[in-house]
Design a binder for this molecule. Sequence first.
Ligand code: ASP
Length: 594
Amino acid sequence: MSLPRLLRLLPGALPALAAGLARPGCGRALHRAAPAPAPAAPDFNSFVPRTNTCGELRSAHVGQEVTLYGWIQYQRQGLFLVLRDFQGLTQIIIPQDEAHSHVKKLLSSAPVESVVRVTGIVSPRPPGQENPKMPTGDIEVKAETAEVLNSCKKLPFEIKDFIKKSEALRMQYRYLDLRSFQMQHNLRLRSQVVMRMREYLCHLHGFVDVETPTLFRRTPGGAKEFIVPSREAGKFYSLPQSPQQFKQLLMVGGLDRYFQVARCYRDEGSRPDRQPEFTQVDIEMSFVDQAGIQRLIEGLLQYSWPEERGSITTPFPSMTYEEALSHYGTDKPDTRFGMKIVDIGDFLRRSDIEFVQNALSYPRGTVKAICVPQGVRYLKNKDLESLKESAKSQFNQCSALGSLRLESADLLEAAGLLLRDPTAFHFLWVVDFPLFLPKEENPTELESAHHPFTAPHPSDTSLLYSDPAKVRSQHYDLVLNGSEVGGGSIRIHSAEQQRFVLEKVLKEDSEVLSHLLEALEFGAPPHGGIALGLDRLISLMVDAPSIRDVIAFPKSFRGRDLMGNAPDYVTPEELEPYHIQVSWPLAEKEAKQN
Ligand code: ASP
């Protein structure tokens, strides 16, 4: 987002977001969601001596004495400076007369990014010197008194949104990076969205916010968990991948409608759009079916959607897993553009192309194609070469055509054809997933497509016992512009069925889940839920290139905290109470000794 656009958004952002609350509801889920009265704009100046923020002053304030606090963004020849805070910029005129020589000395010698207090009179800018790009561009403040509250040493990078800096440097000095308008906007918008989600869930639909433990035990299946040593020899806690078991147990406990803005942990290594710790809006309900959860989420997103990003229409379209794979080659299709995969096997059956005939001779052999609109005009030889290379490297993976479709779209857009409107938000439910998928490392064994607590599709229940690989599930994913932003399921609430799935289908040791299996035997209600990936959702809302741009203190690509330098070594003495010794690989041992 450009700086002028961001600046225009910032001062008005909060009232605009608040106004979003008063939008008349539409869609099925909202007919009960009577529009909440828009709260008054927040008072940013309560409890502190400042009278205004740096984004607030307009012509209407001319003549008033104001006190501002902020950071020095620019200072020009001892004549004026620009003061910045989270809300905007204000031009300060440095007095030149003898009576104010102390103020002049102070303000003209303070380095950029020093934090200062300025008290002065709001004045109109001289005619012709107004700045229409600045919301405060009609006025300036003539400083009367000033104080440098803390001076700033030489910076590792300039705090200006248009200055490019490496991500590693931004993370090392995250507290400086957070001063940028872009990061301020992202984190403030995130806070507003979460606030409105809470309102929708608690005030309008009776949900209860419950915190669940983050020190727990290993859960079978799913992602790798981080483990935390305990003082009992050989015993470890695990950091939960999600509050899945707890939210189900809350339903057994009669909590009925639960939600939590929950921190989750997955030791999955580095991926551009993943973090080892991340946040979910986690939801569970008793006595609900798949349609109920879907309407709830549509209403929740519509209610909390920031007005500056347009409006979203509900209900969201829905597509089966089978359709998604056959038309888009992925279970998270980007439906902002066409270029669907088409089966041209029948058409080519009459051809005499040898490799095509060869492919068609296999039992389920077929030929599929993507029509790239205006490809002849926009794609160069080198683009076709790179598509060929990708096809070769993904040969035999069924996702190959899906990624070729996306790669072709990237190439067309790089050549100047706009396919995916950056202001469009295409939500999509993907439903009817298989309950189990063949394990990647051993395709003769099955693993859960979602997680082991997902219930079979009601029409496929009997297949569970005869042909589990064919069972569809009550698992649904929410996709936005080709990214998975949520997933959930209706759960198994029969202990017997849950034990069968764990022991007979997944071949897991059900002992580690004995507490959950036992709980299901004590009158567990039918229940289901979903979790929205908050980081990814917000990053799509603000069009950020990475989820790290909407997390205050993210981990690096490799899972490290580059500011605090975590993870860090622990001495053998500190490890002793945990009965742990580090066995160092030789090279590291030598490096450490030197
Ligand atoms: N716990 C699940 C997940 O993290 C979501 C759910 O099934 O509610 O993907």
